[in-house]
Design a protein around this ligand. Sequence first.
Ligand code: UDP
Length: 358
Amino acid sequence: MKIVTIVGARPQFVKAAAVSRILRGRENVDEILIHTGQHFDANMSQIFFDELGIDEPKYNLGISGGSHGDMTGRMLSGIETVLESERPDWTLIYGDTNSTLAAAIAASKMHIPVAHVEAGLRSFNMKMPEEINRILSDRVSSLLLCPTDIAVQNLADEGITAGVSNVGDVMYDAALHFGRLADQNSDKIIARYGLNPEGFALATCHRAENTDDPVRLEQILRALSQIANDRQVVLPLHPRTRSCIRDLSLGHYLENIVTLDPVPYLEMLWLEKNANLILTDSGGVQKEAFFFKVPCVTMRDETEWVETIDAGWNILAGVQADHIVQAVEDHKINTKLEILPYGNGHAAELISDKLLGL
Ligand code: UDP
């Protein structure tokens, strides 16, 4: 069986690593990787291939930047050309990026079945490019591999039931597997980043809805800077966020914050496990906080990962600075439940079984 997997952005490397590990152990499976090039900085891309043992992509389309339409269009054409020559049995896509949508359109128009990992997630905010990418990708997928029961229900609400199953979350698989490896370099990480042994908060911010809106970005930075008066705040900066902060002259908010370049995944997992608070607008980081039982404040107006909120580990704060600071306080009195809504750490096995028709 031939499977063409399309990846392009940081979270997709993590998810694909979990599944590729399992596919590699299955007989008669030939997995071919296309990297669209959406993320191209070494610390947003190559480091993940090196660290997570992902095979080198057979094709790198080198497509990044430009408007959504321009980027997606160029990817669509590039992916179509590869699919034309490879003619796989499945096209395997992950998540909700422009690479996901381009692959979904290219493959479905060529009548090559599409398997979508992380199907059924919804924020119900059509202003998010990710929401559009998800809905359209799900619509043309034959195998809809959902991470949760709620995702299955979201699809049912849209009338999509064929090919739908809850396989669990591959990011949970990845966090369990790679989390063990992450513990090995503790001393080096503490020294390299000058981490406070009394504890630190870890923050990330990269969603376009936050970085591209000067008011929202300012509020987030103001909150982080305020929190940094009481405890160390460590902020690995996404390249987009760094350039928005520079363009908007908001750098003064970073003076009491430890800012880092994007960190490799194993270091990120270590930082998450050892932080006593996480503040983020990332989907993946919200969940990793939950997996590692670290209280999380989500700096968005809605989240796809509602289970983390229901369980009390995550507070949806919006982006107003005083609301973010208040959410940090609220965590001290919040009840937290021990529930496991994201499967049992074997999502990748179930995904492989589904692809192989087992
Ligand atoms: N991540 C990382 N280094 C960083 C920031 C994030 O390895 O400096 C990892 C993080 O642990 C998670 C994934 O990247 O596994 C999340 O990606 P991102 O926040 O870019 O996207 P999202 O999950 O919001 O789609």
